[in-house]
Design a protein around this ligand. Structure first.
Ligand code: S3P
Length: 430
C-alpha cells in the first residue's frame, strides 16, 4: 500500500501552482470531439486515471484518440453516427462522469453495449440516469434493476422528454443531453438547483443549439458539427487544495495560474471569501467558452460559516477541503443539504469526519453534512484516503498545519485527478 508522509507544523507555503486540466471539461472534450466530424485538438487535457477512462471508452467505440504529450490530445471525430460497438465491456474505472455520460450516449446508439467500473463506482447509484433514459425509450438491464453497474444497454431509438430531475447532478443532466442529441423531438432537463454547465457550454462552442432558461435546459437533435480546438483550463477543484493550504498556513502566499472560474464551480471561492479568506482573482479571461483567471491566496484568519442550498452543487467536490479550512476557523461551521457527498467516490461525510477526528479535530457527522468546531490545533496521525482522491488531498492539506507528521494510506488515489499533487505540495515549502 502506498503511504505518503506529510510534514506538518505550520508550513510557510509560497510559490506558483498551475493545476492540471479540469476533469469535467476534459471528459466532455473527448466525448464531444468524438461526435464531431473531423479532427479536434485539445490542449491542457487532464492526464489522469479518470480522463484516461473516458479516452479508452471512446477508443473502444472506434474513435482514434492520440496523446501528443504535454497535455495535448488529438481526436478524429466520426460524426454523430460514427461510433461502432465496443468488442468488450467498457470500463469506466473510478469515474462517475464517464459512466453516467456514456450511459446516456450509448442508450441512443444503433448497437448494444456493456459498461462497468471499479468496486467504488459499482457501488454508486446509476438509477438517477437510467430512470429518465428509460422514459425516453432506453433499454437498460443490470443488477438491482439497472440501479448499479455493470449495465447492459440495448441501443434504441429515443424520444425526447421533459424531465424534472430530483437530484442536482451535472452528470445526470449531461447524460440526458447526450441522449437528446439523438432523440426525436425535444429533450428538456429541469434541475432543482443549477449545476456545472460545461456540457452546455461545450456543445454551444461546437455550434450545437441549446435553449437555456434558468434551471431548464433543452436540446433538439442537431445537424452534424465539425471538430475544433479546445483549450482546457486548470481545475478549480484541484486548485482548491492549494487555496486552503495557503489560507491556513501562516506567512503563505500562493499564486494559482490558469484556473477555470465557471460561476457554477466557484462556490469554494464564495465560501472561503465569506470565511475571511484573502483571495484575489486576477486577469479574468475567456478560453474556449469558459471563464479563466489566476488566483492569488494569502494566509488568513478564518471565521466559521453556514453552507447549504444553491451553494452546495457549486462547491460539491470542494466540501472535503472546505471542512479542513473550517477546522482552523473561529467558531462552528455547519455544512448542510450536502447528502450527495455520501454517494461520491466514497461517503465523503463519513470519511472526512473520521479522518479529521483522527487528527484531533472536533467534527460531527450530520445526515446531510457536517458540523465542525474550529480553531483546533491538529496533531499528525495515520489516516486513510478511503481510496478517494479528494479525501487523500484534503487530509494532506490538514496535515501541513498539524503538529508532527501525518501519514496517508493509499495515497496513490490522487492519480484519479491530480497525479503530481504531492510533488507540487512539497515544492511550495519555503
Ligand atoms: C461532475 C459532476 C458532479 C461532480 C463530479 C463531476 C461532472 O457529480 O461531483 O466530480 O463532471 O459532471 P454529480 O453530477 O453526481 O453531482
Amino acid at each position: 500500500m502506498s503511504v505518503e508522509i506529510i510534514k506538518g507544523g505550520s508550513r510557510r507555503l509560497r510559490g506558483e501552482v498551475t493545476p492540471p486540466g479540469d476533469k469535467s471539461i476534459s471528459h466532455r472534450s473527448i466525448i464531444l470531439s468524438s461526435l464531431a466530424l473531423g479532427k479536434s485538438r485539445v490542449s491542457g487535457f487532464l492526464n489522469s486515471d479518470d480522463a484516461t477512462s473516458t479516452a479508452n471508452a471512446m477508443r473502444a467505440l472506434g474513435i482514434r484518440v492520440e496523446t501528443k504529450g504535454g497535455g495535448e490530445i488529438q481526436i478524429e471525430g466520426k460524426g454523430l453516427y460514427g461510433l461502432r460497438a465496443s468488442k468488450g465491456v467498457i470500463d469506466a474505472g473510478n469515474s462517475g462522469t464517464t459512466a453516467r455520460l456514456l450511459i446516456g450516449l450509448l442508450s441512443a446508439q444503433p448497437f448494444d453495449s456493456r459498461i462497468t467500473g471499479d468496486k467504488y463506482l459499482r457501488a454508486r447509484p446509476m438509477r438517477r440516469v437510467v430512470n429518465p433514459l428509460r422514459l425516453m425509450g432506453a433499454r437498460i438491464d443490470g443488477v438491482e434493476d439497472g440501479g448499479r453497474l455493470p449495465l447492459a444497454i440495448r441501443g434504441s431509438r429515443l424520444t425526447g422528454i421533459s424531465y424534472q430531475s430530483p437530484v442536482a447532478s451535472a452528470q445526470v443532466k449531461s447524460g440526458l443531453l447526450l441522449a437528446g442529441l439523438y432523440a426525436d423531438g425535444r429533450t428538456e432537463v429541469i434541475e432543482p438547483n443549477p449545476t456545472r454547465d460545461h456540457t452546455e457550454r461545450m456543445l454551444s462552442y461546437f455550434g450545437v443549439k441549446l435553449v437555456v432558461n434558468d434551471n431548464v435546459i433543452a436540446i433538439e437533435k442537431p445537424d452534424e458539427f465539425m471538430g475544433t480546438n479546445i483549450s482546457v483550463p486548470g481545475d478549480i477543484s484541484s486548485a482548491a487544495f492549494f487555496i486552503v493550504a495557503a489560507l491556513i498556513n501562516p506567512n503563505s502566499e500562493i499564486l494559482i495560474k490558469n484556473v477555470g472560474i465557471n460561476p457554477l464551480r466557484t462556490g469554494v471561492l464564495e465560501i472561503l471569501t465569506k470565511m475571511g479568506g484573502n483571495i484575489e482573482i486576477l486577469d479574468k479571461r475567456e478560453v474556449s467558452g469558459e471563464p479563466v483567471a489566476d488566483v492569488l491566496v494569502r494566509s488568513s484568519d478564518l471565521r466559521s460559516t453556514e453552507i447549504g442550498g444553491d451553494l452546495i452543487p457549486k462547491a460539491i467536490d470542494e466540501l472535503p477541503v472546505i471542512s479542513v479550512a473550517a477546522c482552523f476557523a473561529e467558531g462552528r461551521t455547519i455544512i448542510k443539504d450536502a447528502g450527495e457527498l455520501r454517494v461520491k467516490e466514497t461517503d465523503r461525510i463519513r470519511a472526512m469526519t473520521s479522518e479529521l477526528n483522527k487528527l484531533g479535530a472536533h467534527v460531527e457527522e450530520l445526515k446531510d453534512g457536517m458540523s465542525i468546531e474550529g480553531n483546533e490545533s491538529l496533531r499528525g496521525a495515520r489516516c486513510s484516503s478511503w481510496g478517494d482522491h479528494r479525501i487523500a488531498m484534503a487530509i494532506a492539506v490538514a496535515g501541513t498545519r498539524a503538529r508532527g507528521e501525518t501519514e496517508i494510506e493509499n495515497a496513490v488515489a490522487v492519480a484519479i485527478s491530480y497525479p503530481g499533487f504531492f510533488a507540487t505540495l512539497s515544492g511550495l515549502s519555503a
